[in-house]
Design a protein around this ligand. Structure first.
Ligand SMILES: *Cc1c(COP(=O)(O)O)cnc(C)c1O
Length: 432
C-alpha cells in the first residue's frame, strides 16, 4: 500500500503502538505466594471441600460476585468453557433452540452446539451492534429455551427489555459479558441481568490472567450445576458418600495461579475503565465534527467499557469504500478493523451444517427449521460486517489524549485527500 503512504508528507504516526503489559508487582507477588505454598490447583474430583477448589479460586469467585453484585461466582478456565457450562446448567440439549446474536465471537454460539442444541440468530440494532429486542419474538418457537446475549464491544445489550421478553416466554438468559466487565445500565452492572453471565480473563480482554473465566448467577441450583459440570459432574455436592456421575462434566477448573492473578487484575478494573472512558469521550466528542463517521452511541443511563471503539462508516458521504479508508488510515499509522465479526451463520460450519461428522446433527433433530442460515436472515449484522463498521483500538493504554488527536489528524488528512483516494480506488481496486 505504498501508494497510499504517498497521500502527502509523512504519515501522521510513524511507530506502531505497543501492547502494554498490565502485570504489576501485585500480580507477581500473588503468584509467588501460590508458588511458595506449592498448591497450584487444589481441586479434587471427590466428595468434600476440595471439590470446590482451593483458597485463591474461592477468593476470586467471591471477589467477582461481590464486585458486580451477584450471589454466586463460579470460576472456570475460559469464557468459552463458562458458556458451555452455563448452557448445560440450564439443561438445554438435543431438540432445543437457543436465540443468539450473530455479531459476536463464535464461542457464544458454539456453546449451544456443544450442548447439541441449535442456535437461532437474531439480528442486531444498528446503533449499538447488540441484539435487537424487537427481532426476538419472530424467532421464538415451542423449542426455544434460552437467549444468549453478548454485551458486545463493551456496551451492555438492551438487557431490561430482553429480560422482560424472557419472563414472558419463560426463557433463560445467559449474558456473554466477556467484553464488558464494569459496563452498566442505570448503575446496575452488565453481567447481573441474566440468569447466568460469563466473564473472560483471556489475555486480550480488559483484565486478564492469560486464560480464565467466571460465571455469575443468583440462583443456587444453577450455581451448583455449574460447579458439577466444571469438575467432571461426578460428585453429589451434599455430604453423601456416594460417588456418582450426576451430570456430563468436564475439567474446566481454574488453577490457583490464574485465580491469584485474576484477583489482582479485578482490583485494577475500575482504574483501567477510567482511562478507557477518558480517551473514548474525547474521541466521541471530536468525531461529531466529521460527516460520515458515527462514533459510539450511548443509550441513556448506559456506561460503556470500551473494549474497542466502533465507528460506523458512511461510504456515500466519503465517496470511497471502507476498505480504501481503512488502508489509508493504516498507512497513516492507525490500523482499523473492518467489520468486526462475520455473522456467525455465514461460516462454512453453519452453511454446511457440519458439526459432528456427516450427520448434520444436531440440526437434523429439528423437523421444520425456523431458520436456514442463508444470507439475509440478519441484514443489519451483514451490513455492518460488509461495509459499515470500523473498529478502532485506541482507547486503552498506552494511548494518551494526544494520540487521539493524532488519530483525528489522520482522519482529517484522509478526508482532505479523498479525491486522490477515489482515483486510486478506481485504478487499483475495481469494486466487484
Ligand atoms: C473473548 C470472548 C469469548 C471467549 O473468551 P475466552 O475466555 O477466550 O474463551 C467469548 N465471547 C466473547 C464475546 C468474547 O469476546
Amino acid at each position: 500500500m505504498s501508494d497510499l503512504a504517498l497521500l502527502g508528507g509523512e504519515p501522521v504516526r510513524q511507530h506502531a503502538i505497543p501492547w502494554v503489559n498490565t502485570m504489576g508487582i501485585e500480580e507477581k507477588q500473588a503468584v509467588m505466594e501460590v508458588m511458595e505454598k506449592g498448591s497450584l490447583s487444589a481441586f479434587i474430583g471427590r466428595a468434600g471441600e476440595g471439590f470446590l477448589g482451593g483458597a485463591k479460586v474461592r477468593e476470586i469467585e467471591h471477589a467477582f460476585a461481590e464486585k458486580f453484585g451477584s450471589t454466586y461466582g463460579i470460576s472456570v478456565n475460559s469464557a468459552t468453557t463458562a458458556l458451555h457450562t452455563a448452557v448445560a446448567a440450564c439443561e438445554i440439549g438435543p431438540g432445543d433452540e437457543v436465540l443468539v446474536t450473530p455479531f459476536t465471537m463464535v464461542a457464544s454460539a458454539s456453546a449451544i452446539l456443544m450442548n447439541n442444541a441449535v442456535p437461532i440468530f437474531v439480528d442486531i440494532d444498528e446503533d449499538t451492534y447488540n441484539l435487537n429486542p424487537k427481532e426476538i419474538e419472530k424467532w421464538i418457537t415451542p423449542r426455544t429455551k434460552a437467549i444468549i446475549v453478548a454485551n458486545i464491544l463493551g456496551l451492555p445489550a438492551f438487557l431490561p427489555q430482553i429480560m422482560q421478553l424472557a419472563v414472558k416466554h419463560n426463557l433463560y438468559v445467559i449474558e456473554d459479558n466477556a467484553q464488558a466487565p464494569g459496563a452498566s445500565i442505570d448503575g446496575k452492572y452488565a453481567g447481573t441481568f441474566g440468569h447466568l453471565s460469563v466473564f473472560s480473563l483471556n489475555y486480550h480482554k480488559i483484565i486478564h490472567s492469560g486464560e480464565g473465566g467466571l460465571i455469575l448467577t443468583n440462583d443456587a441450583d444453577l450455581a451448583r450445576r455449574c460447579q458439577l459440570i466444571r469438575n467432571h459432574g461426578e460428585m453429589v455436592l451434599d455430604d453423601e458418600e456416594d460417588y456418582d456421575t450426576v451430570a456430563l462434566g468436564n475439567n474446566y477448573r481454574m488453577t490457583e495461579l490464574h485465580a491469584a492473578i485474576g484477583i489482582e487484575q479485578l482490583k485494577k478494573l475500575d482504574g483501567f475503565l477510567v482511562e478507557r472512558r477518558r480517551l473514548a469521550s474525547l474521541l466521541s466528542f471530536e468525531l461529531k465534527r466529521f460527516e460520515g463517521l458515527q462514533g459510539v452511541f450511548l443509550p441513556d443511563g448506559y456506561e460503556h467499557a470500551y473494549y474497542v471503539y466502533p465507528i460506523q462508516y458512511d461510504k456515500e458521504e466519503w465517496g470511497i469504500s471502507r476498505k480504501t479508508f481503512a488502508e489509508a488510515m493504516k498507512a497513516e499509522g492507525f490500523p482499523l478493523g473492518q467489520g468486526y465479526q462475520k455473522p456467525i451463520y455465514l461460516h462454512p460450519m453453519y452453511q454446511h451444517k457440519k458439526v459432528y461428522n456427516q450427520t448434520q446433527y444436531p440440526f437434523s433433530l429439528i423437523e421444520q427449521p425456523v431458520q436456514d442460515y442463508k444470507r439475509g436472515i440478519c441484514p443489519v449484522a451483514e451490513q455492518m460486517y460488509d461495509e459499515r463498521l470500523l473498529i478502532a483500538d485506541v482507547c486503552r493504554r498506552p494511548f494518551q489524549p494526544d494520540d487521539i488527536r493524532d488519530f483525528l489528524d489522520a482522519v482529517r488528512k484522509v478526508w482532505n485527500e479523498r479525491g486522490k483516494l477515489y482515483d486510486y480506488e478506481k485504478n487499483h481496486m475495481p469494486l466487484t
